[in-house]
Design a protein around this ligand. Structure first.
Ligand code: FA5
Ligand code: MG
Length: 458
């Protein structure tokens, strides 16, 4: 696990192209469809004054840090592509949640929204859900900004407030999300999330109580002397919080029983967590072959999020956000998150069926060898933030990069310089890479590191 050294964050100059055709043995540059260029003399990425994304124009500024490789993923909507594993999982989520019925509305309780564009404002992604102005999750190091006020959503929680404002009180929101995250078999800079939200008013929450006692006002959601502590927010009564917690945990447990019918053999646990938009909060993990995998984050919605949504003091609710790829990888035995982006018919044909509940295990088409190259550098004026390095490597090597790990870091008092060594593991999903090809990509990474970070290769 790489510990990001946030205090070393520097202004980011990044190489922006995805220049290698992965199916050719000779490397060729593709023209950048977004007109993003790298100027080797100024040693800077040159953005056009506006970016045109899905026919909409966005002005660029000093916050712009998207790249062509990432922008090309917008609109692919893997979860809507028939016969894709994420499409089947989305269908299963839909089928499961449509079982909850609202007898008053004579319709399914949960609305399912899966087509909201991933370009959002900082207000939607952060402010609307109470992420503080100085929170680390807002940094350029962690997000893909189009400009200072517009970014690629980092989570589907960005839509909570808009959807509640539109009148929904129970919904799922499914879509692609974008993060400058570490690179390994379970993390990818673009992945898919499903947000779930359910709100309750007093009558809905205490329905059992009302039926039994015929006394609507016996229990309350809000009390005047309630303080915030580990178990609840200020204002909330413990009995309301405990009922919402029970509803949340039952909803999630029932979902996973449905997704993994032999759940008797599936160990799961709730881990206390912290999110700015829920309190209390948990993560849900399941155990596979002795390893615990985090599948989702969840909790009781912060009351101020509901206030931002225009609700007065009469509702309480839960929310969760789960990662589709993580679940699909376990469900189908898919070993590497990059496979979801594969156009290889050997991969996709394994998911070509209509009944999304069909149990299938992914059979690796073939296994190609890894190619490991280390890169050791003396730092220039500033120390490279690993996420900047990951981004540069991914932008140059594209999907040939399986993993990037910072394996060594030290300070030489004699040289008065910092050193970092990264291990870059190359592997193609669809062919054996030649040493020459990898060396060419590796050399390109080296020379861009020199240009962009002012390092000296050791
Ligand atoms: C969130 O994104 C919160 N918005 C979730 C949430 C929603 C909490 C509502 C409370 C209420 P987190 O960053 O942990 O939390 O991501 C949620 C899930 O997305 C993770 O549990 C994991 O399944 C998945 N995930 C996160 N990062 C990646 C990644 N880089 N690649 C693939 N999946 C990821
Ligand atoms: Mg998490």
């Amino acid at each position: 696990m790489i510990v990001l050294k946030r205090f070393y964050t520097r202004s980011i100059l990044r190489h922006i192209r995805y220049p290698y055709r992965t199916n050719a043995t000779t490397t060729q540059r593709k023209p950048d469809p977004f007109n993003i260029e790298y100027d080797p003399i100024k040693q800077a990425v040159i953005y056009p004054s506006e970016l045109i994304i899905q026919n909409k124009k966005y002005p660029t500024d000093s916050w712009t840090n998207v790249n062509g490789h990432i922008l090309s993923r917008i609109g692919q909507n893997l979860h809507q592509q028939k016969n894709h594993p994420l499409y089947h999982l989305t269908n299963r989520l839909r089928q499961h949640f449509y079982q909850y019925y609202d007898p008053r509305k004579l319709s399914p309780k949960f609305s399912i929204i899966d087509d909201l564009r991933p370009i959002v404002t900082t207000e939607q992604n952060f402010d609307s859900i109470c992420i503080p102005a100085d929170h680390v999750s807002r940094t350029k190091t962690m997000n893909y900004y189009i400009n200072k006020s517009t970014l690629l959503r980092a989570h589907t929680s960005a839509h909570q407030v808009d959807l509640i404002r539109s009148g929904l009180n129970a919904f799922l929101c499914i879509g692609d999300v974008y993060r400058r995250d570490s690179i390994d078999p379970t993390h990818y800079p673009v992945f898919h999330q499903c947000e779930g939200v359910q709100l309750f008013n007093k009558e809905e929450l205490f329905i059992e109580n009302r039926n039994v006692r015929g006394d609507k006002d016996y229990l309350q959601i809000f009390g005047s002397n309630e303080h915030r502590d580990a178990t609840k927010q200020e204002g909330h009564t413990l009995e309301a919080v405990k009922l919402v917690e029970a509803s949340l945990k039952k909803t999630i447990t029932d979902l996973f029983k449905n997704l993994f019918p032999n759940a008797a053999t599936l160990n799961s646990r709730w881990v206390d967590a912290t999110f700015p938009f829920t309190h209390p909060s948990w993560e849900y993990e399941i155990e596979i072959d002795g390893k615990w995998y985090e599948l989702l984050g969840c909790g009781i919605m912060e009351h101020s999020v509901l206030e931002n949504s225009g609700l007065s003091k009469d509702h309480i609710g839960w929310a969760f956000g789960l990662g589709l790829e993580r679940i699909a990888m376990i469900m189908y035995g898919i070993p590497d998150i990059r496979l979801f982006w594969s156009n290889d018919s050997g991969f996709l044909s394994q998911f070509a069926f209509d009944d999304s509940t069909r149990a299938v295990r992914y059979k690796p088409i073939s296994v190609y060898p890894q190619c490991i190259n280390d890169l050791s550098m003396w730092m220039g004026k500033t120390i490279i933030d690993p996420s900047d390095f990951h981004d540069l490597v991914r932008a140059i090597g594209g999907d040939l990069i399986e993993q990037v790990v910072l394996i060594d870091e030290f300070y030489s008092a004699k040289k008065q310089r910092h050193s970092q060594t990264y291990r870059i593991i190359y592997r193609s999903m669809d062919r054996t890479l030649t040493k020459e090809e990898i060396n060419m990509v590796h050399k390109d990474i080296e020379s861009h590191c020199k240009q962009q970070f002012g390092v000296e290769i050791r």
